[in-house]
Every structure is written in C-alpha cells, then in structure tokens.
Ligand binder design. Structure first.
Ligand code: P6P
Length: 335
C-alpha cells in the first residue's frame, strides 16, 4: 500500500488562532493570539519533560507541600514555573492564579497586559509515576482593572474569553475554545507544532459511559445515588452504562467530550463542596463542555454562573452529554 503523501496544507494551532483573530476583525489586536501562543509553548515544554520524566528521574517528590497540602512532585514545580515565566514574559497578562501557588500573582507594571490566566499546571499529577495521562488546564479572563487585582479572577466562568487543556499521554493533545466552538490539536513532536486533528468537537447528545469515583459512594447524597442506580440497574429493555474512571480530570473529560456520557465529582458527606477547584478545573472544563454542546452543572445550578469567593475554592462538578446531565438533574429536582 503506497504510503500516504504528507499533507502540504497542515493547519497548525498558530495558523488556526490567527485565522480566528482575522475572523474577529480589526477589534482583535492580536494580544489573545500571542497569549495563546505562550500557553502553547508551555505545553510543548511540559510535554517534553513529562515524556522524559522517567529518563531524567523527574519522577518522585520535590519534597515540598503545595497549597492543597499535597506532596509536590518535581514535574508539578517545573510545570508551574514554566507557565508563570512564560505568561509573564508574554506581557499579555495582569493576574495569574496557579493551583500550585497560595496567592495570585499580580504582574509588575513593565510586564502587565490585559488578560488574566487561571491554571492547573499539571492536573492529575498524583498519577505521574503510573504513566497515566495528566494535563494542564487553563482559563482566560479579560482584565477589568488597570492595575491588576485578584477581583479580576473572582468572576463567573461565563466571563471567560478562552479555556482549554493539554493532555500528556501516548500523544499530546491540546483542546481549546475561544468562544466559537471547540477544536483539538495533536502535537507533531518532529515539527514542534500542534496540528488541527479534531475540528469543531461536538459532544454526543447522549453517551453510554459514566465516570465517577464510586469509592466515595458511601458518602454520596441521595440524588447522586439514585441517578447512578438508574443507569447501573436500568428499567427493562435498557442497557446499563459502562463505568470508566481514570482519576485524572483532563483524561476523563477528554474521553467524555469525544465519546459522550457523564463525568461527575459530587459534593458529599465527606467533601462538602466536592474536590475539584472552581477557577482552574471546573470553569475551564465547563466552558469547553458547553462550547461542545454539552451541559455542566453543580447539581444546583450552571457551573459557569457560580460567583467565586476565593481563588482555591472547590465546587461539585457534573458535566457531559446534554441528555445525560439532564437525567441527573431530574434526581436533584426530586423532593
Ligand atoms: P479522586 C487529580 O488529583 C484530581 O484533581 C482530578 O484530576 C481528578 O478528576 C480528581 O482529582 C480525582 O480525585 O478522589 O477520584 O482520586
């Protein structure tokens, strides 16, 4: 079988973002393009180091605890540092919030730009040593204040202008939305470019997969218990759903976007607000899910409408296919 001729019209992430900027017309100054290019560079850097981790012994603990009280692994620290440095150097940001840092970073005057970025530099990092897919999650707000203030990121996720993640695994996939739908790109390491491989991702209206950590079932509240029972022990003539849970949000959400179904990390008797962080896990993933045609809820309201009170607060997350999330919500509406 003749080898397929290489495409001579590859759409790189940079080219795609630029075409997006042109679509937005003269109002688009190119600042968001340059910011996303900086984020793209950090993803390439992190991908390289995740891939090399075993070889250059980056596996293992950095010996410090982060704001979450979790042992920091060396790749966490490296990923956080490359993102902070690259975003500052882009001169397009004014406030940064990282899962790895106690406080927000207010960018100094000489480097300040008009965007705020909230991010988890290496989410799912507890899975690093096991070789499970992990990822970077980010969300972008346009700054309101001139001088850079944490209030610029204590805003509902619906005010984000962009959100995305990069998943590091057998391949490196960057999934991004700037508000006009969702596109997926795969890193061609030889070229050093993210290539458009998943244009206009749309989540199926209904799936056959549920993704919850059922090890927490004993703590679940009745609406979640009753919903899960309805898909595990369905009425006659219906097939039960399949369980898929990786324990790495980027991997579980990526599968949900592509295959459909529902991902959930509920609040429960043990974790009163759930485990996932509102600003840099729930908001970006909810933004992407809605842009792909799905729904994202806390069980009591739209995730993107939540008003953050602090930069590291948690919230319950249920997201995925429209019909599956609506089925879940029926159990929350039951008296
Ligand atoms: P659990 C990883 O630590 C993470 O923050 C998310 O990536 C993931 O969805 C969740 O926690 C897994 O939590 O309690 O099921 O191990």
């Amino acid at each position: 079988m003749a080898e397929e001729a290489p495409s001579t019209d590859i759409i790189t992430l940079t080219r795609h973002i630029l075409s997006d900027q042109i679509r937005l017309g003269p109002a688009a100054t190119g600042d968001l393009t340059l910011l996303l290019t900086a984020i793209q560079t950090t993803s390439k850097f992190i991908a390289t180091n995740v891939r090399k981790a075993r070889l250059i012994n980056l596996i293992g603990l950095a010996g410090e605890l982060n704001v979450q009280g979790e042992e920091q692994k060396k790749l966490d620290v490296l990923s956080n540092d490359i993102m902070v440095n690259s975003l500052r150097a882009s001169r397009k940001t004014s406030v940064l919030v990282s899962e790895e840092l106690d406080d927000a970073i207010i960018i100094d005057d000489t480097h300040r730009g008009k965007y705020c970025v909230v991010f988890d530099p290496l989410d799912g990092s507890s899975n690093i040593d096991a070789g499970v897919n992990i990822g970077t999650i980010f969300g972008v707000y346009k700054a309101h204040s001139e001088t850079g203030d944490v209030s610029d990121v204590l805003r509902p996720g619906r005010e984000m202008v962009a959100a995305g993640y990069t998943m590091y695994g057998s391949s490196c996939n960057l999934v991004l939305s700037t508000g006009g739908g969702v596109n997926g790109y795969t890193l061609d390491a030889a070229l050093g470019e993210f290539i458009l491989t998943h244009p206009d991702i749309k989540i199926p209206p209904r799936g056959k997969i549920y993704s919850f950590n059922e090890g927490n079932s004993t703590y679940f509240h009745p609406p979640v218990i009753n919903y899960l029972n309805s898909i595990k022990y369905p009425s006659a003539g219906k097939s039960p759903y399949s369980a898929r849970y990786i324990g790495s949000m980027v991997a579980d959400v990526h599968r949900t976007l592509l295959y459909g179904g529902i991902f959930g990390y509920p609040d429960d008797k043990k974790s009163k607000s759930g485990k996932l962080r509102l600003l840099y896990e729930a908001f970006p993933m909810a933004f992407l899910t809605e842009q792909a045609g799905g729904l994202a809820t806390t069980g009591r309201g739209r995730i993107l409408d939540v008003e953050p009170k602090s930069i590291h607060e948690r919230c319950p997350v249920f997201l995925g296919s429209r019909d599956d999330v609506n089925d879940l919500l029926k159990f929350f509406q039951e008296k």
